[in-house]
Design a protein around this ligand. Structure first.
Ligand code: GLV
Ligand code: MG
Length: 317
């Protein structure tokens, strides 16, 4: 799991051009909200959307959520003004910028340098605003290791299935679903795994992208379970109906969380008090590798606000 303690089980996309959605999003129980200036906003609405986003960050109540803004990608003419207007206008209310369609590490470094310039100019602490990089095409995936290592501001790599499928000519129009005719396995497995490995190598979080059939909550749950099982930290949500499923699928269940906490306590007792490297917990032998697996589950649960419901009883000496 990434070093960031911030949970990203559910990351809600909100079009920056829609004041009603910007208002409504504040009441949803998501871990992250991102106010979008990119693909959910029509070209003619981009400039007004920047103003809406600054106002929503300044005036809205986003407590308990990571506050992010997705700027336009670097092939457009909008990116630099997106960054300047949003960070000058509401940088003190912003946790993260999302850079879409990242194709090589120089693009993240560009954003890092621009952020530093603005932070110095307006007197914000340098380096506090993080970055999430979206991997959305073949070039981005081929360069994903270098992208993951490109800046200390990076907090997460995010898969963008819609753009990605278009970029590689995958034969489906249903974003997040398997292409018809592909019955051999999971068409996303390689891509997800590639992003996950790059993220973990650099201690970043890995976030799965959108599922566009917003009323098919079972379909969403199925897609979310797939990436959660691999180790992903969360998934985008586009609609209130998807929120509870994301939070549930990407949290450990209470039994797994309790067991992880017991393993950590038992292992600490064994190594600290009894100077043993392996010990029995119930009918299971636990060692340093068990501790590492338990740490992952424990960190995810704690980041999601869970508390243990069992206490460790040291065995008699
Ligand atoms: C998200 O940006 C996607 O392209 O899926
Ligand atoms: Mg995209």
């Amino acid at each position: 799991m990434g070093s960031s303690p911030r949970s990203r089980r559910s990351c809600l996309a909100v079009p920056g051009s829609n004041p009603r959605f910007l208002e409504k999003a504040q009441g949803l129980a998501v871990d992250e909200v991102f106010l979008d200036l990119e693909d959910a906003v029509a070209p003619l609405a981009k400039e007004q959307a920047r103003k809406n986003v600054v106002a929503a960050l300044r005036e809205g109540d986003w407590s308990g959520k990571i506050r992010a803004v997705r700027v336009n990608d670097l092939a457009t003419r909008w990116t630099y003004r997106d960054v300047i207007e949003v960070v000058e206008g509401a940088g003190d209310r912003l946790d993260c910028l999302i850079l879409p369609k990242v194709q090589d590490p120089a693009q993240v470094r560009w954003l890092d340098i621009l952020l530093t310039q603005i932070e110095k100019t307006v007197g914000l602490p340098v380096g506090r605003i993080g970055v999430e990089a979206q991997i959305e095409d073949a070039r981005g995936l081929v360069n994903v290791d270098a992208i993951a290592a490109s800046s200390p501001r990076l907090e997460a790599l995010v898969f963008g299935p819609a753009d990605f499928m278009a970029s590689i000519n995958m034969r489906t129009l249903v974003v997040g679903e398997q292409p018809p005719g592909y019955t051999e396995g999971d068409a996303y497995h390689y891509i997800l795994m590639r992003i996950l490995l790059a993220a973990r190598t650099c201690d970043l979080q890995a976030v799965d992208g959108p599922y566009l059939k917003i009323h098919d909550v079972e379909g969403y749950r199925r897609a979310a379970r797939r990436s959660a099982a691999l180790g992903f930290d969360g998934k985008w949500v586009l609609h209130p109906a998807q929120v509870a499923a994301a939070n549930e699928v990407f949290s450990p269940d209470q039994d797994a969380f309790d067991q992880a906490e017991l393993i950590l306590a038992a292992y600490e007792h064994a190594t600290g008090h009894r100077l043993r490297g392996a010990v029995m917990l119930g009918d299971e032998m636990i060692d340093e590798a068990s501790r590492k697996m338990a740490l992952v589950v424990s960190a995810k649960g704690r980041a999601a606000g869970m508390t243990p419901t069992k206490t460790f009883e040291p065995p008699p000496e």
